[in-house]
Design a protein around this ligand. Structure first.
Ligand SMILES: *Cc1c(COP(=O)(O)O)cnc(C)c1O
Length: 421
């Protein structure tokens, strides 16, 4: 089930201190998750979680994760800038490459980041953009379906990422020739997967593949990067992923393939780390009864895109009404001129009145960060609920000036902005 650790009074206090909508993050919860992950993999030499910045790119959060021993997984210039600003350096940064401009490879190399190459053609790019480092990681795409038992959990054959096996053989030979001394192997084959067997199944595949490649190419393995994809229970009937069991499952696979140890492990969890520790706090501001009953919030898909984009379920609660029966059925909407701007469709909820504080759960990963400015809608503030119970605004809400910042050559707009401020 979703995370119900924060009481209604916390949401109420936050909404008294800051105008809605905003995303609220729980520092204690984020730290606890980082610690649980580190504990579950403490058996492994040189384990490190590289938090996927795209899940929650706020420097206050990244600094908390740094204090918990995490590194960062970056995939753009601005994500690298965030990493640098928060004091991450060298091998505390994983740069996951893709079809990116040369300048980003240059920046990653300048920071001394691990580079995770997405394709055999990136070897030349990397060489041109600095040099081939002694340790270099490659992303594997095994093709076909990814199954756990008989169940299909992903379709790597349709994914744009990674080297084929044959390209890995050829690519690692090239890298070795160009000075690489050891390699990492990475794959991301399933997303938001709450099955405790996901990581162990992926790990077994990567361990066997890396061992075989290492023997064929005669290049030692530096680390295996299990990437992200460990899921969270968005729905009340879903069980949380038991991260301890995940760690033990990976350990069993590790001991089979690497009985002598010596190979490090990395993860790049985003969703699992912060997803359940964020809430979008909103007010109900409108109601409407036509063919359906609608509740209009002061937030919209610009603040949380997952329901509109993926039809994703996010649990919704109404502050102070947790004990009331869910005997009303609503579509819960935002204000975009776009019909898929609905946080919930035909959801059973308690009777909602205008002015009620409505909380959307599990927005701590791929929530704020997926936000956009469609309809000229502005992105919200982000608030941290600190361990001592106080609140800290860690990002202010956007203003029209932010929205029009790239139209600074338009004098009429600038005059109106000045008048409005
Ligand atoms: C998005 C991403 C992640 C994190 O994925 P989650 O689903 O949030 O765990 C990790 N690694 C890479 C390369 C990614 O692109």
């Amino acid at each position: 089930m979703p995370n119900f650790h924060l009481s209604d009074s916390v949401f109420r206090q936050a909404a008294e201190a800051f105008p809605t909508p905003f995303h609220l993050y729980d520092e204690a919860g984020i730290r606890a998750r980082a610690r649980a992950l580190n504990k579950a993999f403490a058996w492994c030499p040189d384990f490190r979680e590289y938090f996927a910045v795209k899940a929650l790119p706020n420097p206050a959060i990244l600094r908390i994760l740094r204090e918990e021993g995490c590194g960062l997984d970056c995939s753009s210039e601005t994500e690298l800038m965030l990493a640098e600003a928060c004091g991450f350096a060298g091998e505390e940064i994983m740069f996951s490459a893709n079809a990116m401009p040369d300048s980003e490879f240059v920046y990653a190399r300048r920071l001394g980041a691990y580079v995770n190459l997405d394709d055999i053609t990136h070897i030349e790019v990397l060489e041109r953009c600095g040099s081939i480092p002694e340790t270099v990681c490659c992303r594997f795409n095994p093709g076909g379906d990814f199954r756990i038992g008989t169940e299909i959990m992903g379709n790597p054959g349709e994914a744009k990422y990674g080297f084929t096996y044959d390209q890995l053989v050829a690519g690692l030979r090239m890298l070795k020739e160009k000075g690489a001394k050891r390699f990492g192997l990475h794959a991301f084959l399933s997303s938001n997967n709450t099955d405790t067997a996901y990581y162990p199944t992926l790990a077994a595949l990567l361990f066997r593949t890396a061992k075989e490649l290492s023997e064929r190419v005669e290049l030692p393995i530096a680390f295996i990067n299990l990437s992200g994809g460990v899921g969270i229970p968005y729905r009340p009937d879903q069980e949380a992923t038991d991260i301890w069991a995940v760690g033990e499952g990976v350990r069993a696979a590790y001991e089979q393939v690497f009985p002598e140890g010596g190979v490090a492990l990395k993860t790049e969890l985003g969703r699992w780390m912060t997803g359940p520790e964020g809430w979008l706090v909103t007010h109900a501001i409108r109601h409407k009864d036509t063919y359906r009953h609608y509740i209009g919030l002061d937030a919209c898909a610009a603040n949380l895109m997952r329901p509109a984009m993926y039809g994703a379920y996010h649990h919704i609660t109404v502050v102070g009404k947790g004990d009331l029966p869910c005997d009303h059925v609503y579509d819960v909407t935002g204000c975009l001129c776009e019909n898929n701007d609905k946080f919930a469709i035909q959801r059973a909820l308690p009777a909602i009145d205008e002015g009620d504080l409505v909380v959307i759960h599990d927005t701590g990963a791929h929530g704020f960060s997926m936000g956009y400015n469609y309809n000229g809608r502005l992105r919200s503030a982000e608030i941290l609920h600190r361990e001592d119970g106080s609140f800290l605004q860690i990002r202010r809400a956007e203003t029209p000036r932010d929205y029009f910042a790239t139209l600074d050559s338009d004098e009429s707009l600038q005059r109106i902005l000045e008048r409005m401020e």
